[in-house]
Design a protein around this ligand. Structure first.
Ligand code: FMN
Length: 208
């Protein structure tokens, strides 16, 4: 599969046209998000899909640059977990036991290593660890969208507290990390004509 051509074609859209991303296409893109790798498999994030005009208009107030939000087909908000509670870990182990049909006792070593990781991180750093995982989801969604010929715009230019309030999110539980607007580029979006500015390989890559 030639995935470089769609990635060359991709850019961060500033203005979308009025075409909606079909439901089935959106679901495949979200599936790519679900299949993302995450540290210890814990998936310390959630995805909110804003698709009604009402919810998009509501969220727009929290963004510094509103043109993508006011024109996109959908906006995906990825929130990162602020804590890693015992019952969250417990539910994860219940799911592994069920999905893989393995005895619970065989997972004790893994559970001890998760608890050790949580202790090592310390409660203040859980959010930073969760946010890193959230950005891996973002990468998958951008890549999958490009392959689906759906245009995107990743954005972290929003006020976290305002967005949480507008969407009634509890910041003690989860924190908006990053968003991805989806849709199809408007013909008059001048950004589509800009050449890509990227570090040359001798500045980016070091072979050892
Ligand atoms: C995590 C992340 C956050 C970004 N936040 C914004 C943003 O808030 N507003 C915006 O206009 N572009 C945002 N961008 C787009 C970048 O400016 C863009 O990816 C970069 O300039 C490279 O251009 P290209 O994506 O068009 O190739 C963001 C990109 C990433 C990956």
């Amino acid at each position: 599969m030639n995935y470089l051509a769609p990635l060359e074609h991709r850019y961060s859209v500033k203005k979308f046209n009025d075409h909606k991303v079909p439901k089935e296409t959106l679901e495949r893109i979200l599936k790519a998000g679900q299949l993302t790798a995450s540290s210890l498999g814990l998936q310390p994030y959630k995805l909110y899909i804003l698709e009604s005009k009402e919810s998009l208009d509501k969220a727009a107030a929290a963004f510094y640059n509103k043109s993508q939000i006011s024109t996109c087909s959908h906006l995906i908000l990825i929130t990162a977990k602020t804590t890693l509670e015992d019952d969250y870990i417990e539910r994860y182990f219940n799911q592994i036991t069920e999905v893989r049909n393995v005895p619970r006792e065989s997972l004790e070593g893994f559970k001890t290593s998760i608890q050790g990781h949580r202790t090592k991180l310390g409660s203040d750093n859980i959010i930073h660890w969760s946010e890193k995982q959230a950005y891996i989801v973002l990468g998958h969604l951008i890549m999958a969208s490009a392959l689906e010929q759906v245009d995107t715009s990743p954005m972290e230019g929003f006020n976290v507290e305002s967005l949480a309030e507008l969407l009634s999110l509890d910041l003690t539980v989860e924190r908006p990390a990053v968003t991805l607007a989806l849709g199809y580029r408007a013909e008059d979006d001048v950004f589509s004509t800009f050449k890509k500015v990227r570090k040359p390989n001798d500045k980016l890559l070091t072979y050892l």
